[in-house]
Design a protein around this ligand. Sequence first.
Ligand code: BGC
Length: 767
Amino acid sequence: MKKTIIMICAAGAVLCGCSQKDPQLGKASVDKVVKAMTLEEKAMLVIGTGMQTPDNGANAVVGNSADLVPGAAGSTRAIPRLGIPAIVLADGPAGLRINPTREGDDATYYCTHFPIGTLLASTWNQELVESVGESMGEEVHEYGVDVYLAPAMNIHRNPLNGRNFEYYSEDPVVAGKTAAAYVRGVQKNDVGTSVKHFAYNNQETNRTANDARISPRAQREIYLKGFEIVVKESDPWTIMTSYNKLNGTYTSQRRDLVTTVLRDEWGFKGTVMTDWYGGDDAAAQMHAGNDMIQPGRQSQYEQIIDGVKNGTLDEADLDVCVKRILNLVLRSPRFKGYAFTNKPDLTAHAAVTRQSALEGMVLLENKNATLPIKDAKKVALFGCTSYDFIAGGTGSGNVNRAYTVSLLDGLKNGGFNVDESFKDIYTKYIADETAKALKANEGDPLAAFLPVARPTEYIPSSAQIASAVRNNDIAIITYGRNSGEFLDRTPSDFELSAQEKTLLKNVSDAFHRAGKKVIVVLNVGGVIETASWKNIPDAILLAWQAGQEGGNSVTDILTGKQSPSGKLSMTFPVNLMDHASSANFPMGGDTKVYFTERRVDTGEKDVDYTNYEEGIYVGYRWFDKQNMAVSYPFGYGLSYTTFGYSDPKVSNDGTTITANVTVKNTGSVAGKEVVELYVTAPASSLDKPVKELKAYAKTKALEPGEEQTLTMTFATADLASFDESKSAWVVDAGTYKFLFGASSRDIRGEATAEVAAQETKVNDVLK
Ligand code: BGC
């Protein structure tokens, strides 16, 4: 008996006054606990405890997560009578998002801002992503959070999605493998992840009501494939459904998606939760198998009770959801009574973020080996962003970090002599412009979540530039872009502005006349236009948004401390409209819709609904099909050294394809190389992409002259395309070509293998 009382107390139920006859979670079986629950308790458990925001607090059922970990996005409800503690859910994905300070408490609770998702994917290094995930998970664990609302892995369907920075790639294999590594890393700490947003959340515009109209084939091959990989390869504790609809019905209310595909076909065993305020019918969500509704509102509680009472919701369906939540609670650190310290190793994690960022930066141009910087010591630093570096995007993907290292500080830390005459000019200019921009967001209930407009680029006078040329060895210009949830980017955000172009031209002309070089650093979260200006500077480093140590990481690359080895996980097109998806993507970027609002459906194309007319032709699949020129292809990235490929080989034993290739460092400095394995299928009755990525691998740091044989394996069944007429994955018999690429447009070796026909039927759903 005594033991039981201890468990109740651990569950935070000291004052519960529970009867000792009540079965206790962890002591009695989950079935018994569910049996003992009242309908009201069940309804309470499946909805969260509300959220503290100005407009939504009134809707909260009871309390909120602030009670447990201030700043966490949500929590589940405690039911002390049955020994059920509340557990805490908090954002990612670039690090834990909680409040950095607490009322009446002098301690701080900063978290590490790690590199954004896109940078992590650009490393093409699953081991590295796993180790970054492990560090993130340590902060989750030590700050008393049970489930980390990350990773985010929607496909980069179009460059303008405002949340692409949180996501990984236009390719489902890169997205799936990266997410799986991330989940494995985080969950090593005995905390959960929530893989989001399942699925098709490919635009922010009207995200809470947009109807994504997508063929089952494009869903299965492009938009679901990555989720399938992560479920099968990493066993995430939870999955978060998306806000949008799929073919007319909210994803969280589609039983075919949440139960038939996710659980029955893929074998997902965990808990499913909604995105915050997602969907519009709580009873339908329960029936679909969307176990938990976050953050929870009174009306949803009532819908569930009424549903059971009037027979529209089978209590057995509700019980299944309740059980899955209880199983989640059982695994949680809070249930196990973990004594978190509130003291994660922030110093060690700062080193992790600085180092990991190096592998995801992509060297786009490097004329005459401009980089690494050799003799130049005196740097003229241009571009507002050099002084105001962007660690990551806004919204729930933001992290309350203690600091961000600017490029100015990074260069100084790296021993450069940075021209101080610009520092004051830029600092004052940025402060004035930012104050104006902040005014624009004023009064918006979600101001703290929204991106603040970046200052219009400052253009120094010709006299200022002339003096910079005289006094310095080299020029660096940084351009920045920021975005976040609620809003998509605009076509003008994709282009360089007139001021940015003028700055580039003026600085380049002046420095080049004096025989001095110009480097452009891109501190962006997503794709921008590069074709029209990429030939002007001597080098371009795509630094992405590298987290709180950004300026140090960039400096490490510029100085050659490590050779860049990142490659693009998406295409950089010549023009935005070259993407097939651009014909059906909102270009307005201004139809922000808040959490609980639902826009009145006026049938507006790309806002109320979006037709995914391009089908499977997303990213390089489209550019290859059209044989269209791009600015930088998918998979592209330069290094400070060069690599030779030899002995490409492939074998197929009927179950597994095994591919080998030997990579040799043929240059003069150490470096890592990513090898991409593409497959071209034999002629088929299905329309097939020219080639598709099936696997990839990265070498260790190879010394000059050193070589390594890389082995890549994948299931022969993964050669299949989805045939809607049969509702089956079909592998055609014949000779398959395996292409070993340094990028999708730089194939260095080829091999073939014979493959026998295979067909795997799946449920005819997702219509
Ligand atoms: C976002 C989710 C996030 C949730 C909780 C939503 O607005 O779409 O990604 O996890 O808020 O903060």
